[in-house]
Design a protein around this ligand. Structure first.
Ligand code: AMP
Ligand code: MG
Length: 343
């Protein structure tokens, strides 16, 4: 079964987080094999993101939500960190600044949504305004109650304008949270992650769970689904998120855009320039240079270098237009015959 189906919350379904086992690892019993799979998925994600960027037609928004220490940062690092920074971006939402607080709650969110071709990951999101805000009673109940619908309208609008939205709740147990708090205390490199609020927020665990349950139930939509990811095992969390993002991008049937130029005409110009170069350097030197350039990029076949330069392994999908682009294999046009000796 696809993970994008298995972990998805169907619209309107009741959500009972205490019925979902945060230790669940599906068919995976060993960390080692899962880590291997994540590596493969990372390469696939990179390739799919390259396609999304090249296609420049639609975008992807990933919202990550969780209680403290559930692994939002780790997920971003391990899973989505494989993407090319040209076309992928992370934005974290903290307590609103003075200026942000003077606007409606979606104002700051709207400014960070992805443009066409882009992947954006929200580390916390519009959902904080029905979570922390509700738990800490930062606005009256009537106000946060009205926000589910506002969020749904907002996401519908994004979707209709080409943004695919995936929302993940990383589900850990309170025991696992405490173990991770301890690791933070024990490891000086993690001290910066410790916050004054960690334990006050932990005391509000049940309130947060109720707030999450209602938010997920009211805002999981076909076009903007929530996924509840068992996250006590970091390796399974990484695997599940990577798989769902990859499955979603794959289902879009993306294609490289058709070339905007007349490739035959460009090939003609290329061969003209090549003849000039050959005249200047001599045919054998030019041949040596082009052979060396190919070897230098580690290319085995013509047309492979662009993807290799992007750190992407070849696959059929990623190379569908490769043949068109093989200018060096195009026959030299008749008009471009090597000039013969003048009479
Ligand atoms: P961290 O993600 O650990 O850097 O913490 C960010 C903090 O900002 C968390 O305590 C969030 O609950 C808080 N935060 C994010 N969005 C909002 C919001 N809209 N209103 C109040 N607090 C927020
Ligand atoms: Mg924190």
């Amino acid at each position: 079964m696809k993970y994008s189906e298995q972990f998805r919350v169907e619209p309107g379904n009741e959500v009972r987080l205490n019925k979902i086992n945060p230790d669940y690892t599906a068919e995976h019993t060993k960390k080692k094999s899962a880590v291997k799979q994540v590596k493969k998925l990372d390469a696939k994600l990179r390739e799919l993101q390259y396609l999304l960027y090249a296609e420049n037609k639609r975008s992807l928004l990933v919202c990550l939500q969780a209680l403290d220490a559930a692994g939002k940062d780790g997920t971003i690092n391990h899973v989505l960190g494989s993407m090319n920074p040209q076309g992928a971006r992370v934005h974290g939402f903290k307590a609103p600044t003075k200026e942000e607080a003077e606007h409606d709650f979606l104002w700051r969110i709207e400014q960070q949504t992805p443009k066409k071709g882009e992947v954006v990951i929200f580390n916390r999101s519009q959902y904080e305004d029905v979570l922390v805000v509700r738990v800490h009673k930062l606005v009256p109940k009537e106000v946060w109650k009205g926000r589910y619908e506002l969020i749904n309208d907002f996401e519908k609008n994004l979707f209709e304008n080409g943004t695919h939205i995936l929302k993940f709740f990383l589900h850990i147990s309170p025991e696992e949270q405490l173990i991770r708090f301890r690791q933070r205390l024990d490891d000086p490199a993690r001290h910066w992650k410790i916050s004054e609020n960690d334990y006050t927020e932990r005391d509000l665990w049940d309130d947060y769970i109720s707030a999450y349950e209602e938010a997920i139930r009211k805002t999981s939509m076909k076009h903007a689904p929530w996924f509840i990811i068992p996250a006590n095992n970091k390796w399974f969390r990484n695997l599940a998120v990577a798989r769902i993002v990859a499955e979603t991008l794959e289902s879009l049937g993306m294609k490289f855009p058709e070339p905007t130029v007349n490739l035959k005409e460009i090939a003609r110009k290329y061969h003209h320039a090549e003849l000039e170069e050959e005249k200047k350097l001599g045919k054998s030197k030019w041949k040596r240079l082009t052979t060396e350039a190919k070897r230098g990029k580690g290319s085995k076949k013509d047309g492979e270098t662009a993807l290799k330069d992007e750190g992407i392994k070849q696959s059929d999908r990623a190379t569908q237009h490769r043949k068109d682009a093989q200018i060096s294999k195009a026959p030299r046009p008749r008009t471009q015959k090597r000039p013969t000796k003048q009479p």
